[in-house]
Design a protein around this ligand. Structure first.
Ligand SMILES: [Fe+2]
Length: 216
């Protein structure tokens, strides 16, 4: 019984997947937000959370659950699907992974600077946290069209900034995603209209460096 309970907990906490007993197929669930929808204001409004999390992310989750039954991806962890798929499955799996990481990296009590090993790695790679922030925002601002800017690490812990088009994620290139800013217009248009740099710069105020540091 204890083993069964632990297995169920692992299934639910790992990759937001649950088992549908009728079909015996893993299904992805909409993650829970670690804050109320209005708690990231004024950086991100409740309206943006309601649409971005409640509508856009829910649609990616639904699409993925509709696409994978009967394929080799149906019981695969999300990161592996992103690494091995293409087409519609890649687009939707990538966006579920992207948004799961995005929405769980913020806190109403966020902001400040990274600490510990992540801080040391950022400083040794970019010279200072401020230099890293500038390069990160420059990459996000310069990304043409829809996509993501990510801080990622390779298997040796080496950090880099990657620009990902559309629904891609560093996991598609064998990297581990650490911190991601969404530059799709749906992430900021209600609050900032065309002012993408203003939105990206404001996001530093809500980054939960404890949560992000654990990914490193
Ligand atoms: Fe998004």
């Amino acid at each position: 019984m204890l083993t069964l309970c632990l297995s169920l907990i692992l299934l639910i906490t790992d990759n937001s997947q649950i088992t549908d007993k009728k079909e015996n197929v893993m299904k992805f669930e909409l993650i829970q937000l670690p804050y109320a929808a209005n708690e990231l204001e004024p950086v991100i409004s409740k309206s943006t959370i309601d649409f971005h999390y409640g509508k856009h992310l829910q649609t990616y989750v639904n699409n993925l659950n509709n696409l994978i039954p009967g394929t080799k991806f149906e019981n695969m962890p999300l990161e592996q699907i992103v690494a091995e798929s293409d087409g519609a499955i890649f687009n939707n799996a990538g966006q579920v992974l992207n948004h799961n990481l995005y929405f769980t990296q913020f806190s109403p009590k966020g902001g400040g600077v990274p600490t510990g090993k992540l801080a040391e790695a950022i400083n040794s790679t970019w010279g200072s946290f401020e230099n890293f922030q500038k390069e990160f925002i420059t990459a996000g601002t310069g990304l043409f069209g829809s996509g993501w800017v990510w801080l990622a690490k390779d298997k040796n812990g080496k950090l880099s900034i990657t620009k990902e088009a559309n629904g891609s994620n560093p996991a598609a290139h064998g990297l581990t995603p650490i911190l991601g800013f969404d530059v799709w217009e749906h992430a900021y248009y209600l609050d900032y209209q065309n002012r993408r740099p203003d939105h990206l710069n404001a996001l530093w105020k809500i980054v939960d460096w404890d949560a992000v540091g654990k990914r490193y």
